[in-house]
Ligand binder design. Structure first.
Ligand SMILES: [Fe+2]
Length: 264
């Protein structure tokens, strides 16, 4: 007699089953707002452990973005700031995006092992138009359009993406105290709707002994990349990324990490 044994569907495995997870250490360099002498030097990136990703969170000149992209062998992903300085002049004298780096503004991208959503610029604070100030409705519309494409990712995994790269901070501990550097409400709402593992932003200079990192109530790790910061992050190995879709606690806790931070 042929006995057919039907395997238990993955989603029926009880939550209390312990699944061993092997982690890989990933290293991310995040920069923003100021050309830092430790990065902009002849021997960069010597002195740093091998990098898996570079995140550029705005208000940095195009030549600096190209410099980093030229020196690093990993993906380099950026969003613009609010001063319109990211473009570089090409051989025809036209202003173009910096070469070698991926512009993530208003896009969902895959870079190495990471799924990233980006939004550049800052909440509108005056009538000057450098192409980097957005009204609340513009942010809502831009991020809303992105959400249409994210539903498929969300069906596959608990989180639609891993990293939210912005220039402006969300409301909260990293928001500036002045109007131009206030937290962006729409970015904050988007963050709470999707709860990626990591958010990296710039725009707010880290003076006055401000903390460079905190966790939101829903567990999102928020990092101010002012100057430069190296994040060491543990990510499940490929086999366990499949397992991680089994339950919320495993997939939402994939990024356990420690930070080496340095600023001016
Ligand atoms: Fe800024």
């Amino acid at each position: 007699m042929l006995l057919l044994i039907r395997p238990m569907p993955l989603e029926k495995i009880p939550m209390w089953v312990t699944i061993p997870i092997n982690f890989m250490l990933k290293r991310i360099l995040a920069v923003a707002d100021t050309v830092h002498p430790f990065i902009y030097r002849d021997t960069f990136p010597s002195g740093l452990e091998p990098l898996d990703l570079v995140l550029i969170a705005g208000d940095l000149p195009g030549y600096y973005i190209e410099f980093i992209a030229t020196r690093c062998t990993c993906p380099v992903v950026y969003v613009h700031g609010n001063h319109g300085e990211e473009k570089v002049k090409d051989y025809l004298g036209q202003m173009v995006d910096p070469g070698g780096a991926i512009n993530a503004h208003g896009r969902f991208i895959r870079a190495g092992d990471f799924r990233i959503v980006g939004w550049g610029g800052a909440p509108k604070y005056n009538e000057r138009d450098d192409g980097g100030q957005y009204t609340g409705n513009q942010v809502k519309w831009g991020l809303g359009k992105l959400e249409w494409g994210l539903w498929l990712e969300k069906r596959r995994k608990t989180n639609a993406f891993d990293i939210f790269l912005t220039h402006a901070p969300p409301p909260g501990p990293h928001a500036g105290t002045d109007y131009a550097h206030r937290g962006c409400k729409e970015i904050g709402l988007f963050l709470e709707r999707h709860t990626p593992a990591l958010m990296v932003h710039g725009h707010v200079h880290a003076y006055e002994g401000r903390k460079l990192e905190y966790h939101t109530d829903s567990g999102v790790r928020v990092v101010n990349a002012y100057g430069y910061t190296v994040l060491e992050i543990e990510v499940p190995s490929a086999v366990n990324q499949i397992n991680s879709s089994l339950s919320e606690p495993i997939s939402s806790g994939i990024f356990a990490s420690k930070t080496n931070a340095s600023t001016d």
